[in-house]
Design a protein around this ligand. Sequence first.
Ligand SMILES: [Zn+2]
Length: 303
Amino acid sequence: MKKALGIDIGGTKILYGVVNDAGEIVSDVKKTSTPKKADEIFSTLKNIIAEHYNEIDVVGLSSAGAVNLENTRVLSSTPNLPDGYNQIDFSTLCDKKVYVENDANCACAAEYKNGAGKGFNTVLMITIGTGIGGGVISNGVLFRGSRGNALEVGSMKIFADKRQKCTCGRYDCWESYASGTGLKNCAITGAREYLEFKASIYKDKSPEEITTYDITDGIQKEDAYSIKVFNQWMEYMFVGLVSLTDIFNPDCIVISGGMCSFVDVEGLEQRINAESVVTDVKVRRATTGNNAGMIGAGVLALG
Ligand SMILES: [Zn+2]
């Protein structure tokens, strides 16, 4: 069985371990801080590879940002990674094959191979954190688009009348409604528009101060305003997911990311199956967690 060194390059830490082609981790998982300079990241990666060089056939890297079609460079500037990072040619790290892929695509590959999407034909993975990322794998093949930028689903527009400005500077991106930031935006809009806010446990807070934690905590306390905000957030999530279901015809949608534990996956599954032209779609929560990038990068590098 061939093995890959899977390396997940995050904004604050680099996580790595040896992965086999079934997507199983077969070594200890180690981590180190992400250096502040691009050349230091390069030398850190070289050292990590040297540590495992004799046990592996290939190296897979998971990174934020859009990746070129040759899977050797990260093209877009990524806010959490230093200047010069997009100049790195990762294929020069060692004389074995080095393969870099976008982190959402890697997470999709991990879930497809050995996570919540295992055994399904077409997996659509949606990562919900501060923003929204996505990936699709069908018949084992990752859908990358003409330049490797496919599935930038967070930027999908869901309204045409410029209702809400997104952090990217454009209007009405799906992620400004359905991500963690989106839940906060729903809380702000709801505080201004819902009558329930006047009787809410948060009525004395200014709308901008209400956190996503307040909303999830408010639901536990049966606060009508929090419940209405959450339902609106789920409505926005549904609107995006049902369209993506009609486009990609997945048999499994995997929800991952920092916000995934809050998502009502059962409710989404029911509504998507009721309202999509596509039938028999399962909606599942991701299971590979923090190891997703590492496993997916390894699996894709071996593929
Ligand atoms: Zn945007």
